[in-house]
Design a binder for this molecule. Structure first.
Ligand SMILES: NC(=O)c1ccc[n+]([C@@H]2O[C@H](COP(=O)([O-])OP(=O)(O)OC[C@H]3O[C@@H](n4cnc5c(N)ncnc54)[C@H](O)[C@@H]3O)[C@@H](O)[C@H]2O)c1
Length: 361
């Protein structure tokens, strides 16, 4: 077999040509905005012009740290800033509905953090409201834009693996949940705040399952008295079967943690590394390897990839939103799409709580 490391695999996120046309204002000045949204947006030279947080000290801090033109002292002042085209909302999900409805009233396009809502009912309220407007809204499901996932998507789309028969996505690491005290009030925080990424990614690669079976389990060593281990089997039409295996309380040293996936079809196999979930998130690079019999001569390929889920992939949903506004189309992870991810979370809970295989249709 040929080892072909010059095989051209397209996994980088394209930049919209009119990205400079739009001004962005951010609601929320917490962890994720400081460590992921702002550094990534500024790396890509986006126009960030205003920031508002319920805690004014935090808005001020990030305004100064990232040289943002201004901060707003309250929501009213922020939404009355007519120069804002896109409102990027990143606060705990229980506030999403109210902020989403308010931002639409002021004719703002919206990027909103996942989960779309902390329950299916308000998720549906947000979806219905979205269906009444011509403004564009996208949800920050960005794992599907991370390098190894995006590379796997390219292989699947270009039929390098043939008909997909099985997949396994996994992560074994140790997570300290204490930096998000508000998770205390959530019944299944791991599922709704971490595994949601993998579930959205699995949907983006393989579509909608017809059945699923899940277990959401606690770990005796966790600092969270809630399930931190998620095990799900997904069944699809066309003879495809897959699994998700997540454990946030691995006893291994951090550089021995594992995070990645294997996907096998009838013409090829690929595996990838999700570097952000291993070590301090920066010790390793994303990687993709595959073997395919679906070309003139059998191919074997192994490549380190540029960028990471955290935080390079955060540009994906924002660029997708900008393209959608520019071309009057729907962004990739729009509200209707994100609602499907939310519905799966609900079915996963139901399968766990009833110890049964659940139909997804
Ligand atoms: N996509 C991802 O990978 C990812 C990663 C981490 C967090 N998140 C999401 O981002 C959101 C925020 O997470 P975080 O880690 O930054 O949390 P955080 O607790 O660090 O920050 C939340 C911020 O929101 C502010 N806030 C709360 N209610 C508000 C309101 N009504 N109006 C304005 N500001 C308000 C708080 O003052 C705080 O500064 C959560 O929904 C979480 O799910 C996404």
């Amino acid at each position: 077999m040929n080892l072909k490391n010059n095989f051209d695999i397209k996994y980088k996120i394209p930049k919209p040509k009119n990205y400079k046309k739009y001004n962005i204002g951010i609601i929320g000045a917490g962890n994720i905005v400081e460590n992921s949204h702002l550094p990534t947006y500024l790396d890509h030279n986006l126009n960030i012009i205003n920031i508002y947080d319920a805690d004014t000290n935090k808005s001020k801090l990030l305004k100064d740290k990232f040289n943002i033109q201004k901060y707003s002292k309250n929501l009213d002042e922020f939404l009355n800033d007519k120069s804002i085209d896109i409102v990027d909302i990143a606060v705990p999900a229980k506030y999403n509905k109210e902020l989403f409805f308010e931002a639409l009233k002021y004719n703002k396009n919206i990027l909103i953090q996942k989960p779309l809502s902390d329950n299916i009912k308000t998720g549906l309220d947000i979806l219905k409201k979205y269906q009444e407007t011509n403004l564009k809204a996208n949800v920050n499901h960005q794992m599907r834009y991370s390098p190894s996932i995006s590379a796997a998507g390219y292989l699947i789309k270009n039929n390098m693996l043939g008909n997909i028969l099985e997949f396994n996505f996994y992560t074994k690491r140790k997570t300290d949940w204490s930096i998000w005290p508000w998770l205390d009030k959530i019944k299944y925080p791991e599922l709704w705040y971490n595994s949601i990424h993998y579930i959205d990614t699995i949907r983006s690669l393989f579509g909608e399952p017809i059945k699923l079976n899940s277990k959401l389990l606690k770990h005796p060593n966790s600092n969270l008295d809630k399930p931190t281990r998620t095990y799900i089997n997904f069944e699809y039409e066309n003879n495809l079967y897959g699994s998700l295996n997540i454990n946030h309380d691995s006893i291994l040293e951090s550089d021995m943690w594992t995070a990645g996936f294997e996907i096998e079809g009838d013409m090829g196999v690929c595996s990838g590394k999700i570097s952000s979930m291993i070590g301090d998130g920066k010790n390793f690079k994303d990687n993709i390897s595959f073997t395919s019999k679906n070309s003139d001569e059998p191919l074997v390929f192994n490549k380190e990839l540029d960028g990471r889920w955290f935080s390079d992939a955060f540009i994906g949903p924002m660029f997708s939103l900008i393209e959608a506004i520019d071309n009057n189309t729907q962004p990739e992870t729009n509200i209707a799409d994100a609602f499907k991810t939310l519905k799966l979370l609900n079915l996963i809970e139901k399968s766990h709580e009833t110890s049964s295989i659940i139909s997804c249709q």
